[in-house]
Design a protein around this ligand. Sequence first.
Ligand code: B16
Ligand code: MG
Length: 214
Amino acid sequence: TLTACLFDLDGVLVDTAKYHYIAWKRLAGELGFEFTEQDNERLKGVSRMASLDILLEVGGVSLDEDAKLALAEKKNAWYVEYISNMDESEILPGALEFIQALKERGIKVALGSASKNAMLILNNTGLTPYFDAIIDGTKTSQAKPDPEVFMLGARELGARPDDCVVFEDAEAGIEAAIRAGMRSVGIGSPETLGRANLVLPSLEELTVDRLLEL
Ligand code: B16
Ligand code: MG
């Protein structure tokens, strides 16, 4: 059976990767190196500090922990400024309609995101009221591919892992779902998300009936 759906945020419900990118690129610029869109692909679904480590590796820069914390804070301040202007027009195609259809069928909905800024994004896009549980980077101690974020979501919804489906755009997120004992739908390309039970370009292509067949 299917009683609960757990959604990743960036890349599934909204495209905040573009704002992360301009903030990281700005930081790289200050540090004196280029950071390309292709480099940015490696940051998707990855925590803030792990993202910074990848960025510094790209630039060939090594710093102590205090300097890294200061840079992460600087990047985040820019990022928060960028996402402060988001509104409901930035919800990805089909996402809101799909969540509404789930709720009409009595299926519970949770967020499972690595972001510590998830509440700001959900509030600005008007998505907050649709969630029965919200698990974000402020509530977890282990990053995906650790299953913690999805296990916490299922627990808060009172759902068994095998009654849950996870929606993810990152390979580490699909891995987390598998480790949690949940089914998953990959949003993106089958090349990277091949381990998901189903891979689609966006939520626009999905109906609740098709999901129930998984
Ligand atoms: P923050 P998700 C992730 O969101 C992003 O994909 C990733 O690029 C970002 O570094 C991470 O959140 C942490 O975000 O700096 O706002 O805490 O895909 O897990 O919804
Ligand atoms: Mg994501």
